[in-house]
Design a protein around this ligand. Structure first.
Ligand code: MRU
Length: 349
């Protein structure tokens, strides 16, 4: 498959030891990169959703660690780690649910701790490796996931899991790209993903760049769409996959998965192994991020709700493993995931 044909968008640019992030708050109408001068600016960009999507957050934070090393005088990595600790801790805490963030920070810490006098180069190489490996994983998962889909199928996806959310190509959207290229997928539906509209603002825009026709639906139209028989698979990404296969993803994934089971639509979760958290036993143990209720009270900056109303804004939910037909990672496909099947691939954490 001609991956380069599909691989044009890059949310993260690292050039001459400078980081710039495609400002996803402004898409689809303004394509603008934001320079991050230091690690604090990277943490702020993650908090503010300039960059979002589990793998992209992890990669950005890894480059944030490299920036945290600027201006630090240390003879070796262990000394640098002590000096950089507050900045690294800030990056680690910038969002709570996507485990790729903590995974990337742990990997950067380990590389730094083991480094000698060349620690600056060591951590830059590590961040670049994290980015490179993510892209390779996505391309591999794209084919693995697409092969599960019968020719002539329709798919529904939720949130944005594409190039914008990763180093490139995407996870669930990578499967959709591969599935279209391999002529298995005929119809692509994306739900708008209230309140931040990752589906409406990002996913269908990405697909448009690739010339892949997609149809937008309201989040609440998912069950009805499934009832019409238009889709055979719900294909989504993940922010954290627990040891028993329970999966946290963008709010609304859970209700799509319940509707999918009711209508005989299969559910595929696509995520790199950096999203797997074998140290978290079940979904009940996941910290679900709650964002400012103001995100629900306005649309595109215009208030739509009467003053005096408060809003509850959890931005992720947990789909129990029992509703998932396949988890696709770069290490292979786990059908009907449960604790034993997860442990067979990922060990016991
Ligand atoms: O709040 P976001 O936009 O960071 O949430 C993103 C999602 O929930 C994605 O589905 C998930 O991170 C997988 S991205 C490959």
């Amino acid at each position: 498959m001609d991956f380069d044909r599909y691989d044009r968008i890059r949310p993260i640019r690292w050039q001459d030891r400078r980081l710039s992030l495609l400002d996803q708050r402004k898409l689809p109408f303004v394509v603008e990169y934001l320079d991050c001068a230091d690690s604090h600016a990277v943490a702020q960009a993650i908090r503010d959703l300039v960059v979002r999507g589990a793998p992209a957050i992890g990669i950005s934070a890894a480059f944030g660690v490299v920036l945290a090393g600027e201006g630090i005088a240390a003879a070796n990595g262990a000394q640098a780690l002590v000096a950089m600790d507050p900045a690294i801790a800030e990056l680690n805490a910038s969002r709570p649910t996507a485990v790729n963030l903590m995974w990337a920070i742990a990997r950067m810490r380990a590389a730094l701790a083991a480094a000698g006098g060349d620690w600056r180069e060591v951590i830059e190489r590590e961040a670049l490796a994290i980015e490179r490996e993510d892209l390779a994983a996505n391309r591999h998962m794209g084919r693995l996931g697409a092969e599960l889909i019968a020719p002539g199928s329709g798919v529904l996806t939720h949130c944005n899991t594409g190039s914008l959310a990763t180093a490139g190509f995407g996870t669930a959207l990578g499967v959709i790209r591969a599935g279209v290229a391999l002529e298995r997928i005929d119809r692509v539906y994306a739900s708008e993903t209230r309140p931040w509209l990752q589906g409406a603002r990002l996913t269908v825009w990405e697909l448009l760049q690739d010339g892949i026709p997609a149809t937008l639906i309201a989040d609440a139209a998912g069950a009805h769409l499934m009832k019409t028989g238009a889709v055979q698979w719900l294909v989504v990404g993940a922010d954290r996959i627990c040891a028993n296969g329970d999966t946290a993803n963008k709010i609304g994934t859970y209700h799509h998965a319940i509707a999918a089971r009711h209508h005989g639509v299969k559910v595929m979760v696509v995520a790199p192994s950096s999203t797997v958290d074998m140290a978290t036993a079940t979904g009940a143990d996941i910290h679900i991020e709650e964002r400012d209720g103001a995100e629900l009270l306005a649309v595109a900056g215009t208030r739509t709700v009467a003053e005096g109303i408060t809003a509850f804004n959890p931005v992720f939910d947990v789909t129990p493993a029992g509703l998932i037909d396949a988890i696709v990672t770069e290490r292979g496909v786990i059908l009907a995931p449960d604790a034993a099947r997860m442990a067979a691939v990922f060990g016991t954490g």
